[in-house]
Design a binder for this molecule. Structure first.
Ligand SMILES: Cc1ncc(COP(=O)(O)O)c(C=O)c1O
Length: 954
């Protein structure tokens, strides 16, 4: 007999199914935790934790949440409004085949995409190795001795190179010279960046005379119109002027042409997009920056270096971390933090999979296609550039060509009367014949033209040097070999697939599978960022809806989706503030007040905007010292540009006086920038715009579910109040508004193809699910704080002794009495199967824990058990039962090899070392190396792949 039908159909419809999946603790577990905290409901927790004055009691406009199936079906219908043309527009973006083994095992694999930036090297050896491959590939192809491990996009990489040239160069001048064949979006970003550094931009032909006072020159090689210029004489002239030569290049071209490094370049930048990463309507893709020796300590971005572990084995880690630019705060010349690690990993893997021969063949095929096209166009009486790798430009009947091309589903570049065609590895014989027919109106037999193909590479610019000779690029060429190599690396790394990554300020929440799926849909993935608007209507709709939701969630009037990271958002936000002041004749308002506890990117961004940073004290509770703020606001009243605050504070507390703080700044004529990194504590319960701030960035890779990708991608859109809206970033190639402000990213919507993730996050949860997520984020953090209190002092709490969505535990007293440091605890947590919390930010000697709403109670309890276990181990040291240096805490993390030694002489058992909890006997994550020696690596800086014997023989 069927059971009685007691529930109605509407009750049976699983409309809140996703919320239940996204939020870790079940309703019963939430009730249990709430009981421990003495609250009856999430609403009560929210209402008694947030200051009353800032609470938002309405409902967000996101509407009701929907099921995963529904959301995906609806978004697919939107995506299908995009038209996937074959785009030969070029300008730094080219078609590419993502090898299936890389697409599925990296781009679509949470083992790769949910990892965090590899600050904890021992549990990040896999992606560190692939990033080292990326660096080696960049160094080999560009002919440079040093490379970093990725930047945000080619245009910002060129802007970063400009400031690096200024820092490193001998010239005291202020002129930066940009060749007239640099991609226009790069020039746009450079102009924006140069303005507040006070550099003068001069454009022209770099073969001519250098202007007076030049400190740096940027050339594009091949140029935006396809030509290959001999750079050696340019380099000579640039160096004579005491300036640095920066070359923006194309890695694939470098397989065939003399690389910039062999022609005297000091810095080489570019995008690795065409190494297997879809165009994605602009991103995300990894840019790179390579330089000559001597520049490495000033270079922006992360550099992976080779060091050794405590057993003397080769071990990788991020080199010179203290050199990371934003750590230099207001003395920084770059604010780069989150970059494009996942995409750099993909590009590195592409080079590993294809190897030297494969890359050369792809380059030759691409060049041959261009050569055949050149022959066909010449035959048709069109005059194309003499030298080229993959791009041909010519004067022609643009209107007629465009009509024929679009009828065939083809995009070319139209630049006045000039037509541009950039070919790539995906072009087939049939494609090329379509291209020729679209341009000339006549069909030709492509294969017949092969023997007459034009060679576009001048005789003196053919590549003679070897590249990709390291065994890693010459081993994994079969799919099985590649699959296993990728798996080996993946298995070395700790990601969200293993357990909680409780990094405070990083919000390592669930990156739901359904949210990730559209990223690789061709309708989102295959679009060129400068495709005509009538082909991108699906994107336009999705972006407009996302902007609307984000504006509502933040309480702002408009949103710009252009910035590619949180730090870029800060930069863009401060840019709108400066432009606003200028529009009112108050350009002198350039003082930026920043609390001492701010993230390093805040002062770094302010410095990049030409602002002078004045530090505001924080009091013993971690709050902004109101008296100090008042005094400084008063003192700088006339020139006050902005205050940058983080809310809830970086100390994880809702400061009660935040509205008062905002009012004070406004009274003195300043604007308030609210860093939205901690939005996970605000969504649905408070709005920055209502609190009183004027602009914020949102780290979509924190609160809005974009995965961290092992150090990027990210997205940092900004929300602004109406008075700042006219000053939002615009774009020279694809304008998005009437604003006169320049671009901050290469593409008008930054890394557009990952925006569906945040779109779906909001759609799936809906208004209620979003608020509930915030409530559970508070619940989980407060539960951990309560359970650890007593064992570890909780450094800061707000009203009613509560924390916000994260809590800081103070290790300093324990260190003083035991010699065990926060780093020892971080490494020991690896033995217990965890990624460490954030170490020493914002307070040195502390750990900041942020569990997020997505962690189930069982995982929180596992973490609490681990932390209490570690506390007992520290107690043993404090009680004199074991010396600190003999304890498992100092030897952590333990590897499989540790256990295999025959003469185990440690003061604790193997089991205590490696399997400190009973559950680990069932399954255990093993760190790949022992503790990594950072100092050794920095003293002996190596950023290229070590010889195989070193790996094996050590
Ligand atoms: C408080 C705060 N502000 C800004 C940033 C910079 O964001 P991004 O890394 O996306 O550039 C971070 C990054 O961790 C942060 O924690």
């Amino acid at each position: 007999m069927r059971p009685p039908q007691t529930r109605s159909l509407s009750e049976l419809l699983n409309t809140n199914d996703f919320t239940r999946r996204h939020i870790g603790p079940s309703a019963a577990e939430q009730a249990e935790m709430m009981q421990a905290l003495g609250v009856a409901s999430l609403d009560e927790l929210i209402e008694t934790t947030l200051p009353e004055a800032i609470q938002f009691h309405g409902e967000l406009t996101a509407g009701p949440g929907v099921t995963e199936a529904q959301a995906l079906a609806d978004l697919k219908a939107v995506a299908q409004k995009n038209k996937v043309f074959r785009s030969y527009i070029g300008m730094g973006y080219a078609g590419t085949h993502t090898p299936g083994v890389i697409g599925r095992n990296m781009l679509e694999n949470p083992g790769w995409y949910t990892a965090y930036t590899p600050y904890q090297a021992e549990i990040s050896q896999g992606r560190l190795e692939m990033l080292l491959n990326f660096q080696q590939m960049v160094m080999d192809l560009t002919g440079m001795p040093v490379s970093n491990a990725s930047l945000l996009d080619e245009a910002t990489a060129a802007a970063e190179a400009m400031t690096l040239a200024k820092r490193q160069g001998k010239s005291k001048g202020n002129v930066f010279f940009v060749a007239d064949d640099v991609h226009p979006q790069t020039l746009d970003v450079i102009r924006t960046r140069a303005e507040y550094f006070g550099y003068d931009i001069v454009t022209g032909d770099p073969s001519g005379e250098m202007p007076e006072g030049v400190f740096g020159v940027l050339a594009q090689y091949p140029g935006t119109y396809g030509e290959l210029r001999d750079l050696s004489p340019v380099a000579e002239k640039v160096h004579e002027a005491g300036a640095a030569l920066i070359v923006a290049t194309d890695l694939l071209a470098c397989a065939l042409v003399t690389p910039p490094g062999e022609q005297g370049a000091d810095i080489v930048v570019g995008s690795a997009q065409r190494f297997g990463v879809p165009m994605g309507f602009g991103g995300p893709h990894a840019a790179f920056l390579a330089c000559q020796k001597g520049f490495e300590r000033s270079m922006p971005g992360r550099v992976i270096g080779v060091s050794k572990d405590s057993r003397g084995r080769v071990a990788l880690r991020m080199a010179m971390q203290t050199r990371e630019q934003h750590i230099r705060r207001e003395k920084a010349t770059s604010n780069i933090c989150t970059a494009q690690a996942l995409l750099a990993n993909m590009a590195g893997a592409y080079a590993v999979y294809h190897g030297q021969e494969g890359i050369r063949t792809i380059a030759q095929r691409t060049h041959r296609m261009a050569g055949i096209l050149a022959k066909a166009l010449n035959d048709a009486g069109l005059s194309v550039n003499d030298s080229f790798f993959d791009t041909l430009t010519f004067e022609g009947d643009a209107a007629a060509t465009r009509e024929r091309a679009e009828a065939k589903g083809i995009n070319f570049r139209y630049d006045g009367g000039r037509i541009g065609v950039t070919l790539d590895e995906t072009v087939t014989v049939a494609d090329l014949s379509d291209v020729i027919e679209a341009i000339t109106g006549n069909a030709v037999d492509v294969l017949k033209l092969d023997s007459d193909a034009v060679d576009g590479i001048p005789a003196n610019l053919g590549r003679t040097s070897d590249f990709l000779t390291h065994p890693v690029f010459n081993t994994h060429h079969s799919e099985h070999a590649m699959l296993r190599y990728l798996k080996t690396l993946e298995n070395k790394d700790y990601s969200l697939t293993h357990g909680m990554i409780p990094l405070g300020s990083c919000t390592m929440k669930l990156n739901a599978t359904a949210e990730m799926i559209p990223v690789t849909w061709p309708e989102f993935g295959q679009l060129h960022p400068f495709a005509p608007a009538d082909q991108t209507e699906g994107y336009a709709q999705m972006l407009a809806e996302l902007e609307g939701w984000l504006a509502d969630i933040t309480g702002y009037d408009a949103v710009s989706l252009q910035p590619n990271s949180g730090a870029q958002g800060e930069y863009a936000g401060l840019l709108t503030i400066r432009k606003y002041h200028e529009s009112r004749g108050e350009a002198h308002r350039s003082v930026c007040l920043i609390p001492a506890s701010a993230h390093g990117t805040n002062p770094a961004s302010a410095a990049m905007m030409g602002m002078s940073v004045v530090v505001v004290k924080t009091d013993a509770e971690g709050n902004i010292d109101l008296d100090d703020l008042k005094a400084k606001a008063e003192q700088h009243s006339e020139n006050l540009g902005a205050l940058m605050i983080t809310y809830p504070s970086t100390h994880g507390v809702y400061e009660a006086n935040v509205t008062e703080v905002c009012d004070l700044i406004h009274q003195h004529g300043g604007q308030v920038y609210l860093d939205g990194a901690n939005m996970n504590a605000l969504v649905g319960v408070a709005k920055p715009g209502l609190i009183g701030s004027d602009v914020s960035h949102l780290n979509l890779h924190k609160t809005f579910a974009i995965p961290h990708g092992g150090g990027g991608p990210g997205m940092g859109p900004i929300g602004v109040k109406a008075h700042l809206t006219p000053f939002l970033p615009n774009h020279a190639v694809a304008p998005t508004s009437d604003s006169a402000t320049g671009a901050v990213s290469a593409a008008p919507y930054g890394s557009a193809s990952i925006l569906p993730i945040s779109y779906l996050y909001i759609r799936l949860l809906g208004a209620r699910g979003l608020r509930e997520s915030t409530g559970v984020a508070l619940l989980n953090a407060n539960y951990i704080a309560q359970q650890l209190d007593g064992a570890y002092p909780i450094l800061y709490t707000g009203q009613r002794g509560r924390v916000a969505h994260e809590c800081i535990i103070d290790i300093r007293p324990l260190k003083a009495s035991s010699g065990i440091s926060e780093e020892d605890i971080a490494k020991r947590l690896m033995d217990y199967g965890f990624h460490a919390p954030t170490m020493s930010f914002p307070v040195p000697g502390t750990l900041m824990i942020e569990p997020t709403e997505s962690e189930p109670k069982a995982e929180l309890d596992r973490f609490i058990t681990a932390m209490l276990g570690i506390r007992r181990e520290i107690q043993e040291v404090q009680d004199g039962l074991i010396r600190a240096e003999d304890s498992p805490l100092k030897h952590a993390p333990h590897t499989q090899e540790d256990l295999l030694v025959e003469d185990w002489t440690r003061a604790y058992s193997r089991e205590v070392g490696a399997l400190p909890t009973a559950a680990q006997k069932q399954w255990k994550y093993w760190p790949a190396v022992n503790r990594v020696d950072n100092v050794y690596g920095d003293r002996n800086f190596v950023c290229s792949c070590p010889p195989m014997e070193e790996w094996v023989g050590a």
